[in-house]
Design a protein around this ligand. Structure first.
Ligand code: HEM
Ligand SMILES: [Cu+2]
Length: 615
């Protein structure tokens, strides 16, 4: 049945952002939300480091330290790293595959608001009963029994549950978008590496998030409804939580790092002016890493006592991951080899990523050996390792993506001078902070301790580590300064500022509402570069100009998420009227959505013809 199209609904100011279903705008919302939580998580990290700058310090007490530590880890992983990845996936994937939109714009918007309001619910705990304090891993029985941990854990459980649903539906949206929305000719083995990495990441989200969702439901029942899933005296089992958490938790680290790998591949290839070396091997390495990533979770539990057979099997699987990861490292090096390397800020972050991530990977292999891990476990050696892969890997990758795609997202070029200053400050600060932590761990300094005794030779390295953390803070401020100064300049970024190879550089900066006036015909890998090599500046269109269908903005995703936010409070304070009220709001919105979907609006041919460029 043909749908009649509604008129275009137009909002302005705050309402425009609260109602948008445009993936480019949702990308900007994720960038703002993720950046705010990154700054919060960074501030929490600096406070932790200030407390640990010298032995027996009393800047922060033990309870506050536990809250800061828990919130730092939880915020950085769930509310900063992942949303920042979703920012680039939203801003870039539809452009890279030659699509006008994502598969589910409504669901995509809902995913963002669930993440953001879930994150707010978690952080409101600071102002109410105190933040969660059982570590980001929230091991039971510490987290499951109210006698051991504060009410903050209820905020952790419900906040992460809501934000997690947002991530899950966001992942499903991108899985379907990449399968269904590719332009004519864009076969899977012609997709850019960032798209491939995001595709695998979306699959991992689909398979990993249910484990933590189930775990959080069990934890909620134990805490709010006096169930006994994790109460040994009532026949429960505390180790089950660790399995559920890490069956999610380890794939989670690949959900984070694979898109960063994708960004590095894009940036290294563009700024070496060379096709990525070993494209197919890179694709298969990504798939194999994703697959093996589900087979290693017990390496977080070598000291739990699962026995030598289990430990040995998971140790081998963990070490195996080094092989496809190594393929990626060497292919980046071979891409650089013989290339005309341009040292822009984006490429500096990518070049800094490679050796830093290799160092993190090496200590990962060390930790994968169970007998050795018995020494390293729960020491600062582990803290150093995962920050080398998460900050030295993911965060450097995200900064590379920020400087690379900023012109496409905002139509302005970030300042390269300030950019390079932010790189060197952050990079040196990073290695100062975390390199010495390897030795603190080897000397026996435990993690998650709010202070330490003098005379154990921990003092100097802790002092250096704290100075480094502050320097990372300064580097981040340089990035913010750059953004602020640039936002006051006119939008004069060209469509293709870096002489790019992929489709996002074939359309104006920032991308127009409909992305492509005519869908492009993709005739090979690096489609734009292929056209350029044949003397064309623009993509060959795959279709004549015709009216374009676009979805209308709607307030429903925001209100639906608000309903769950309210329900979360109701459950936490055992006020079931409020809980029911919140759920009712969400259900009514779902009903409204299915009854009154206006099927969007059309951009007519005449309108498009006024707009100059062919594609
Ligand atoms: C940006 C600069 C950062 C600094 C200076 C920093 C510093 C620290 C420190 C000192 C600890 C250990 C505290 C302890 O065990 O006593 C820690 C824990 C942690 N950090 Fe970071 N971190 C930073 C960024 C990140 C990022 C970007 C992520 C993730 C995306 C992250 C994830 C974690 C996690 C998961 C923990 C473990 C928390 C726990 O034990 O429950 N950190 N961080
Ligand atoms: Cu792991």
């Amino acid at each position: 049945m043909a749908h009649s199209h509604a008129a275009k609904k137009q909002y302005s100011g705050l309402m425009d952002w609260l109602t948008t279903v445009d993936h480019k705008k949702i990308g900007i919302l994720y960038l703002i939300g993720g950046a705010l939580f990154f700054l919060l998580g960074g501030l929490e990290a600096i406070l932790i480091r200030i407390q640990l700058i010298k032995p027996m310090n009393d800047a922060i007490d033990a309870s506050m330290f536990n809250q800061l530590l828990t919130m730092h880890g939880t915020t950085m992983i769930f509310l900063a790293a992942m949303p920042l990845i979703f920012a680039f996936m939203n801003a870039i994937i539809p452009l890279q595959i030659g699509a006008r939109d994502v598969a589910y714009p409504f669901v995509n918007a809902l995913g963002f608001w669930l993440f953001f309001l879930g994150g707010l619910l978690l952080n409101v705990s600071w102002f109410l009963e105190g933040a969660p304090d059982a570590g980001w891993t929230a091991y039971t029985p510490l987290s499951s029994s109210p006698q051991y941990s504060g009410k903050g854990i209820d905020f952790y459980v419900l906040g992460l549950q809501i934000a997690g649903i947002g991530t899950l539906i966001g992942g499903i949206n991108f899985l379907v978008t990449i399968i269904n929305m590719r332009a004519p000719g864009m076969s899977f083995m012609r997709m850019p590496l960032f798209t491939w990495a995001s595709f695998i990441t979306s699959g991992l989200i689909l398979l990993a998030f249910p484990a933590i969702t189930v775990g959080l439901v069990l934890l909620m029942f134990d805490r709010l409804f006096e169930a006994n899933f994790f109460d040994i005296s009532a026949g429960g089992n505390v180790v089950i939580w660790q399995h559920l958490f890490w069956i999610f938790g380890h794939p989670e680290v690949y959900i984070l790092i694979l898109p960063a790998f994708g960004i590095i591949s894009e940036v290294i290839s563009t700024f070496s002016n060379k096709r990525l070396f070993g494209y197919s091997a890179m694709v298969f390495a990504t798939v194999i890493i994703g697959f093996l990533g589900f087979m290693v979770w017990v390496h977080h539990m070598f000291t739990v006592g699962l026995g030598p057979v289990a430990n040995a099997l998971f140790s081998i699987a963990t070490m195996l991951i080094a092989v496809p990861t190594g393929i990626k490292i060497f292919n980046w090096l071979f891409t650089l080899w013989g290339g005309h390397i341009r040292f822009t800020t984006a490429s500096l972050f990518a070049l800094g990523f490679i050796p830093t991530f290799v160092m993190g990977g090496m200590t990962g292999v060390m930790l994968a050996s169970p007998p050795a891990d018995f020494q390293y476990h729960d020491t600062y050696f582990v803290v150093a390792h995962f920050h080398y892969v998460i900050v030295g890997g993911l965060v450097l990758g995200l900064f590379a993506g920020l400087y690379y795609w900023w012109p496409k997202m905002f139509g302005r070029m970030l300042n390269e001078g300030l950019g390079k200053l932010s790189f060197w400050t952050f990079f040196i600060g990073f290695h100062l902070t975390f390199f010495v932590q390897h030795f603190l761990g080897l000397m026996g300094m435990q993690r998650r301790v709010y202070t330490y005794l003098p005379g154990q030779e921990f003092d100097t390295f802790n002092f250096i580590s704290t100075i480094g953390a502050i320097l990372m803070g300064v580097g981040t401020i340089f990035v913010l300064l750059n953004i602020l100064i640039t936002s006051m300049k006119p939008k004069n970024a060209p469509a293709d500022p870096w002489d790019g190879r992929t489709l996002e550089w074939a359309i104006p900066s920032p991308a127009p509402e409909y992305n492509f006036k005519q869908l492009p015909l993709v005739r090979g890998l690096d489609p734009l570069f292929k056209e350029k090599m044949e003397g064309r500046k623009e993509m060959t269109p795959a279709e004549p100009i015709s009216a374009i269908h676009m979805p209308n903005p709607t307030i429903l995703p925001f209100v639906m998420s608000l309903g769950l936010f309210i329900a979360g409070f109701g459950f936490m304070y055992h006020n079931y009227y409020v809980a029911a009220g919140g759920i009712l709001v969400t259900l009514v919105c779902m009903l409204l959505r299915s009854l009154y979907d206006d099927h969007g609006y059309h951009i007519e041919v005449e309108e498009l013809q006024d707009k100059g460029a062919k594609v």
